[in-house]
Design a protein around this ligand. Structure first.
Ligand code: NAP
Ligand code: MG
Length: 451
């Protein structure tokens, strides 16, 4: 048994040691989840719904505690951490309606009656990253449980604490042992075992594109279902006819929220050429005015990066370009990088093409609508994006033209549990959330009965 020392990224002080599961321990927990499956799928729909609502209620009673853990473990601001804990509650409540609505269909066929059933898969493995530990846990866990699956969840090594607490709260709410199991451990050990263990019937992976490709290849060995939520290099497209003050005021939070460690970060800003200078003039005070403070300060709008390793990666990108201007950042301990704005020289630069996963945004002008769509699409990724314009027709044309799963007009909408979320191209495979998510954790069975 090895242990990992969890560190507060704002202070670099150790918080606690967490024991990392071995392959043997992982196997035992997967087997326990498999044993819990028949009884869980047999729980009557209304009763499973009630248990999920009770779980939501227990989470709701612990929002402050969960937020406080995340502020210390992940360096998230109070506002974000509170929203994230509330998102766990909301996902559980939303999907608590699913067990009683897991409808099949009656399909007209000659010679008999045809009906379909949505049947749970068995054990579902969720592999979560460190950037949004609570929401990403909930997006996999809530619809999977609602559809009658049992869940094993591996939090990121750096951020296991909220997941471990939520696992305890599930038991407190009355979920039977083995229905939700949090397995702290290394990706190369526990995560990899979810991929290779034959009793895990689906893997929901969120993380980097490179690790995601390996997960998908591993799942192929057993034709195992997988959902991938990967990286992004999303565009924030600002047309000259937009409310420029509103666009500039919103732009920092679209990329610097969570210190830029957000797969949906709008890390490329495209500005229509006639508005370029005015937009930058408005953006500069907005960035300089950000409150980048220790996240335990409730006034903080941006915290530190998760680790020294992540800071080194981000600094490597910043060191090879000319920085136009930055916002503030504290001195002293903590993995701080200030919000940083770069005026790109070309679309070939690494800063324009690669996901930085830190508080760095690159800006380039564009000439017209067609140019904006072409530039937005000139990337291997396709997760999200924003369009600022006063012309609703243009907004719709561009939204339809950009190859990305999640677009917002005159806003930078966060992920909403009511609506489907996922990526085009190398940003991912499959969709999470929205009304259809429980079906993605089922097999659709067709039964024909001859007259
Ligand atoms: P990562 O290295 O891909 O890790 C993600 C998760 O996978 C962690 O739990 C990790 O465990 C685990 N893992 C690592 N190697 C594995 C393997 N061989 N088999 C199975 N699991 C394995 O990514 P990260 O560095 O934590 O997070 C940053 C990246 O995630 C960014 O590139 C970002 O774009 C992406 N991301 C995407 C989304 C989205 O929704 N599209 C959301 C969040 C993050 P350990 O913790 O032990 O390494
Ligand atoms: Mg990693």
């Amino acid at each position: 048994m090895t242990a990992f020392t969890v560190v507060n990224p704002a202070t670099e002080q150790p918080l606690t040691d967490v024991e990392l599961a071995s392959v043997e321990q992982t196997d035992a927990l997967i087997e326990r989840a498999h044993e819990a499956f028949p009884a869980w799928r047999a729980v009557a729909p209304g009763e499973r719904a009630a248990l999920l609502r009770r779980f939501a209620g227990v989470v709701d009673a612990h929002i402050e505690e969960l937020a406080e853990i995340e502020v210390r473990n992940a360096g998230h601001t109070w506002g974000n951490a509170t929203w994230e804990a509330g998102n766990v509650r909301d996902c559980l409540n939303y999907y608590s309606a699913a067990p009683e609505r897991l409808f099949g269909r009656q399909i007209p066929v000659p010679g008999g009656v045809d009906i379909t059933f949505h049947e749970p898969l068995g054990v579902v493995g969720v592999i979560a990253p460190w950037n949004f530990p609570m929401p990403i846990m909930a997006w996999g866990m809530a619809p999977a449980l609602a559809a009658g699956n049992t869940v094993v969840l591996k939090p990121a090594e750096l951020t296991p604490l909220t997941a471990m607490r939520i696992g305890e709260l599930a038991l407190e709410a009355g979920l039977p042992e083995g229905v939700l199991t949090v397995v702290p451990g290394k990706g190369s050990v526990v995560g990899q075992r979810f991929v290779t263990h034959p009793l895990v019937r689906k893997v929901c992976f969120t993380g980097s594109t490179s690790v995601g490709k390996g997960v998908m290849a591993g799942c192929a060995e057993q034709v195992k279902r997988c959902t991938l939520e990967l990286g992004g290099k999303s565009a924030n497209v600002v047309f000259a006819d937009a409310d420029l003050a509103a666009a500039a005021a919103a732009a920092p939070y679209a990329v610097f929220d969570n210190a830029g460690q957000d797969c949906c970060a709008r890390s490329r800003i495209l500005v229509e050429r006639p508005a370029y200078d005015e937009f930058l003039g408005l953006l500069e005070p907005a960035v300089k005015g950000m409150a980048v403070l220790d996240p335990s300060d409730k006034g903080s709008q941006m915290g530190p990066l998760i680790s020294q390793a992540q800071k080194d990666v981000v600094q490597g990108y910043v060191d090879e370009v000319d920085v136009a201007f930055t916002g503030p950042a504290p001195d002293g301990p903590g993995f701080w990088v200030p919000p940083t704005v770069v005026l790109a020289d070309s679309t070939e630069q690494r800063i324009w093409r690669e996901e930085v996963f830190g508080p760095v945004v690159a800006v380039l002008p564009f000439d017209d609508e067609a140019d904006a769509v072409a530039m937005a699409n000139d990337t291997d990724y396709g997760l999200s994006g924003s369009i600022f314009t006063g012309d609703v027709g243009k907004a719709l044309r561009v939204a339809r033209g950009v190859q990305a799963g999640n677009l917002s007009v005159n806003s930078h909408s966060a992920v909403r549990y009511w609506t489907p979320f996922g990526g085009y191209k190398q940003s991912g495979l499959g969709r999470e959330l929205g009304p259809d998510a429980p079906n993605a954790f089922t097999e659709e069975k067709n039964v024909f009965i001859a007259h």
